[in-house]
Write a protein that binds this ligand. Structure first.
Ligand SMILES: Nc1ncnc2c1ncn2[C@@H]1O[C@H](COP(=O)(O)OP(=O)(O)OP(=O)(O)O)[C@@H](O)[C@H]1O
Ligand SMILES: [Mg+2]
Length: 221
């Protein structure tokens, strides 16, 4: 499904070149739960951004369903982001003026899905992530774990094949972090959705089908 081939990514800070990835290759198949670990600055977020079509490699190729992201138009990239991929962030990134229900519904509004279908899909997911009682609550009135559950439901609502999660448990206490991991694993097994997440969290190891370790922009494992 995803093939990362010899990917190099440099950023520029003024004229100074910052190497973020220095030749990384990996593959992700269907229904896989894949972790990327490594110290701060090792390139984890950069790799997720490239696979998420949020940025392009300096060299090398990211192939999604056999197509190189380098060759896709901006429009084709946005279609992939909206239909094929889901995103979960460390800081949840919910829209504060929308309720839990409305946050989850939002990606479907962008896709022009009918009101009755939206209602059915949002309610199913609210149940799946255990937030039926909180559908009308705004993010400010939810706990960290509840916010991340909303974010997971929002990422899943478009039925993506791959969810990219950048340190999804970093802002959660350890018990809540474990609950969120259990939930993601359950969804992955039930729906066949693949997850790729970056993490510093040692609890993740027993959940992952595969753990990659980045150091200074290179995979060491
Ligand atoms: N937009 C940017 N402009 C310039 N340099 C950047 C940019 N984004 C990342 N970098 C640099 O690229 C390298 C890799 O950063 P990245 O954010 O991918 O690391 P990370 O493994 O996600 O770290 P953390 O665990 O702290 O989130 C770092 O040296 C970082 O300073
Ligand atoms: Mg990061």
């Amino acid at each position: 499904m995803i093939k990362v081939e010899q990917v190099v990514k440099h950023y520029y800070l003024g004229k100074r070149k910052v190497p973020a990835l220095r030749g990384v290759s990996l593959e992700i198949g269907d229904s896989q739960f894949v972790a990327i670990q490594g110290p701060s600055g090792s390139g984890k977020s950069t790799l997720l951004h490239l696979i998420g079509c949020l940025d392009l490699p300096t060299k090398g190729d990211v192939k999604i369903l056999g197509k190189s992201t380098n060759t896709l138009s901006d429009y084709q990239q946005s279609i992939l982001r909206n239909k094929f991929l889901g995103f979960i962030f460390q800081s949840f990134n919910l829209i504060p003026v929308l309720s839990a229900y409305e946050n989850i519904e939002y990606p479907l509004l962008l896709q022009g899905i009918s009101r009755s279908q939206r209602k059915q899909r949002v309610n199913t997911l609210l149940k799946e992530v255990g937030l039926e009682e909180h559908s009308k609550h705004y993010p400010d009135y939810l706990s960290g774990g509840q916010r991340q559950r909303v974010a997971i439901a929002r990422a899943l609502i478009t039925q993506p094949r791959l969810i990219l999660a950048d340190e999804p448990t970093a802002n959660l206490d350890s018990v809540t972090g474990t609950e969120i991991l259990d939930l993601m694993k359950k969804i992955s097994l039930e729906n066949g959705t693949s997850f790729l997440f970056s993490t510093h969290d040692p609890k993740i190891a027993p959940y992952a089908d595969c753990i990659h370790t980045l150091k200074d922009g290179l995979l060491i494992k």
